[in-house]
Design a protein around this ligand. Structure first.
Ligand code: SAM
Length: 187
């Protein structure tokens, strides 16, 4: 990924998609989470989505991680916050692992789950594949937030399959177009 991202800044063409996704994420947090003062992102990429959501909410306490050190360097140059490398597969393999960032009020898990786990996208598009392992992973994410975990994936199959798991884990759908689901943090 580092080599891809180094060769192609804005590899995912985030800016071409417009900012409606981030506006929808911010709207859900504003209406569903009281007093969100800190935001974290488990796949912060170049900081684009986190930056827009944070600006919309007026939130300045930011943390994030990502597999790619190239993407993290770009996040650091555009945002103030703590951004450190982490492979989500470590948490998938062992849900007792601790994320290397302080626990934020709201933890964002957006457009990244299809990279995680042995059959990655296939499993996150079908709820029955590796169901208990994925539920354990979601439970681990809930322990890394103070108030809520926001999960967002807009691919039709992923949206449904991830939504089924989130519901089973005690969460609920907050928005349909972008596939936004909200889970309470683990107490
Ligand atoms: C499609 S981008 C999404 C970025 C951002 N979350 C958003 O919604 O705009 C996927 C991101 O996941 C990261 N990623 C891929 N595999 C990962 C892994 N195993 N652990 C952590 N991050 C990973 C990539 O480096 C990339 O930054």
């Amino acid at each position: 990924m580092d080599r891809l991202f180094a060769a192609c800044p804005d590899f995912y063409h985030m800016k071409d998609y417009g900012d409606e996704r981030m506006a929808a994420i911010a709207a859900v947090i504003r209406s569903e989470v009281a007093d969100c003062r800190s935001l974290g992102d488990v796949s912060v990429y170049e900081g684009y989505a986190l930056g827009l959501v944070a600006r919309d909410l007026g939130c300045t306490d930011l943390v994030g991680c990502d597999l790619s050190t190239v993407a993290l360097e770009r996040a650091r140059s555009s945002l103030h916050g703590t951004f450190v490398p982490f492979d989500l597969n470590r948490l998938y393999d062992d849900p007792a692992v601790t994320l290397p960032i302080p626990r934020p009020d709201v933890l964002l898990v957006c457009e990244c789950l299809y990279y995680v786990g042995p059959v990655a996208n296939l499993a996150w598009s079908r709820p029955w594949i590796n169901r208990s392992r994925k539920l354990a992973f979601i439970g681990a994410l809930q322990r890394h937030a103070r108030k809520a975990v926001l999960i967002q994936h807009f691919g039709a199959r992923q949206k449904q399959a991830i939504g089924d798991l989130v519901t089973e884990a005690g969460g609920r759908q907050a928005e349909d177009r972008w596939g936004i689901w909200l889970l309470p943090a683990a107490s």
